[in-house]
Design a protein around this ligand. Structure first.
Ligand code: HEM
Length: 470
């Protein structure tokens, strides 16, 4: 009898303890029901606004269905570090990246282990800081060519102009092409490919399992085959003529893996195309947004120009100048904070993954939005203000590692990050020596996020030529 009463008491106590124990939520909070329908309606119109309101409302991990995918939006640097670094082997790239593989094949951006690991090891030496230093001259030359065509007082579409210059820079550094026709052919075909992915990237199709066929698909296949023709032609020519070159293609041709095997023509083609696609538009955007911000912030402009004047005066910038231009570097860093060209990263969980207090089920999509984390007021005072000074006193060392990650991080960190910083700094410095730019846009600049964070409409800027100093 006594034992039955004790048993009963114990059972009641256990029940009470169970009821009081904090329950582990199975799913993180997120929009459901009507809110979810609204999200799908609003998403294509304002992707960043939608994601921001979700993060504000539901916190550092939000879960919702997006375009048929179980999606986790993560805005906490420590958890982003889990995905990109500590637990990176449990994730793979997301669906959009795999779609890019239709065109890019198995280049660095799209490949997975073991192909990726081998290729990354082969290619990394060609993009190290020391190895790319001599490209500085080509970067300055192509910028000067762009500026040579500009006249005082005229209005120029800055995004278009800079895109063309950065494309020429990437073509020059990859191939050292002599013929303008080849460059034009590469440029126009590449443009068609990029356009297709932008078309895909700014709509919900980005997140859909099987995108519907669109007229762009035909166009992209045509452009990709034109690009193939040019690229394979250049590779063949280079294989026949074994004179030493100093462009990236030369280094890629000479690279061998641990077993002494070089890349096949197909691998070379995939890597070259990947560099084109990953390399030129992102850097162009950094340069364009930097100029829009410089034009709108007179104090920044003054300090920036003082530095250029003091370090460069009228002479051509060289690679050794980069370390003497901390403010110019800060201008680019601050631009990449406010306008990260790669504005969001996507990953897919390969298996169930513990992330903070949650379990992310295998197959779910994880979104890591630089565009939101970079404006988190816990890390950046007055986060929407353009303040390059914030980078001058060691802020980068104080921040959590993934509070600022314009180039991604972990093993898949951007392989072109030195190239990009060097290019952006040299191009803006060279431009500052010769021109002043003011917005001639009728409305404030707006962004149009798709694969990259493009501007909406033309970025029209009025040119004022600066007289040579002496
Ligand atoms: C401001 C300019 C640039 C930005 C913001 C940028 C951003 C990024 C980011 C965020 C990633 C990581 C993607 C992910 O983890 O899913 C990435 C990867 C990559 N980027 Fe860049 N990038 C820039 C310039 C360049 C340049 C100039 C090149 C080539 C010369 C380049 C080539 C690549 C490649 C090949 C990858 C794939 C690396 C791998 O997975 O091993 N990028 N980039």
């Amino acid at each position: 009898m006594i034992s039955t009463v004790q048993q009963l008491r114990r059972r009641i106590r256990n029940r009470a303890e169970e009821a009081l124990r904090p329950t582990v939520p199975e799913r993180p909070p997120g929009p459901r029901g009507v809110d979810l329908v609204k999200l799908h309606l609003d998403f294509s119109r304002d992707q960043i606004g939608c994601l921001r309101s979700i993060a504000e409302k539901y916190g550092r991990v939000a879960n919702f269905w997006l375009g048929g995918f179980n999606t986790y939006l993560i805005t906490e640097p420590d958890l982003i570090e889990d995905v990109l670094l500590r637990k990176s082997s449990l994730f793979q790239k997301d669906k959009l990246t795999f779609e890019l593989a239709d065109v890019l094949g198995q280049g660095l951006l799209t490949s997975q282990d073991p192909v990726w690991k081998r290729q990354r090891k082969l290619i990394s030496p060609a993009l190290r800081r020391k190895q790319i230093a001599h490209y500085a001259d080509k970067m300055v030359t192509r910028t000067e060519e762009m500026l040579d065509g500009w006249r005082d007082g005229e209005v120029r579409p800055l995004h278009r102009e800079v895109m063309e210059a950065t494309l020429r820079i990437v073509v020059d550094t990859l191939f050292d092409l002599e013929f303008e026709e080849d460059i034009d052919e590469v440029a126009s075909s590449l443009d068609a490919v990029v356009e297709y992915f932008h078309e895909q990237g700014h709509t919900l199709w980005r997140f859909m399992p099987e995108p519907l066929p669109t007229p762009m698909r035909g166009k992209v296949a045509e452009a990709a085959s034109r690009l193939d023709e040019v690229i394979y032609g250049l590779i063949d020519k280079r294989r026949e003529d074994d004179t030493e070159g100093d462009d990236l293609l030369h280094h890629l041709l000479k690279a061998v893996d641990d077993e002494g095997n070089p890349m096949t023509n197909r691998q070379l083609r995939d890597e070259v195309l990947t560099m084109f696609l990953a390399g030129h538009e992102t850097t162009a955007l950094a340069i364009v947004y930097a100029w829009v911000q410089i034009g709108e912030n007179p104090e920044v402009e003054q300090r920036f120009r003082e530095e250029i004047e003091e370090v460069l005066g009228d002479r051509r910038a060289v690679v050794e100048d980069l370390e003497k231009l901390p403010y110019t570097r800060a201008v680019i860093e601050e631009t990449l904070r406010l306008y990260p060209p790669a504005w969001i990263l996507g990953r897919e969980a390969r298996e169930d993954v513990e992330l903070g207090e949650y379990t992310i089920p295998a197959g779910s999509t994880v979104l890591l939005p630089q565009c939101l984390v970079h404006r988190d007021e816990r890390y950046f005072q007055e986060p929407d203000e353009f303040r390059p000074e914030r980078w001058l006193n060691g802020l980068a060392d104080e921040l959590p590692r993934f509070a600022y990650f314009p180039f991604g991080g972990g093993r898949r960190v951007c392989i072109g990050n030195y190239f990009a910083m060097m290019e952006a700094m040299l191009v803006v410095a060279t431009m500052a020596q010769r021109v002043e730019l003011r917005s001639a846009m009728t409305e404030e600049l707006q962004v149009h996020p798709s694969i990259t964070l493009r501007p909406k409409g033309s970025v029209d800027m009025r040119i004022r030529l600066r007289p040579p100093r002496s």
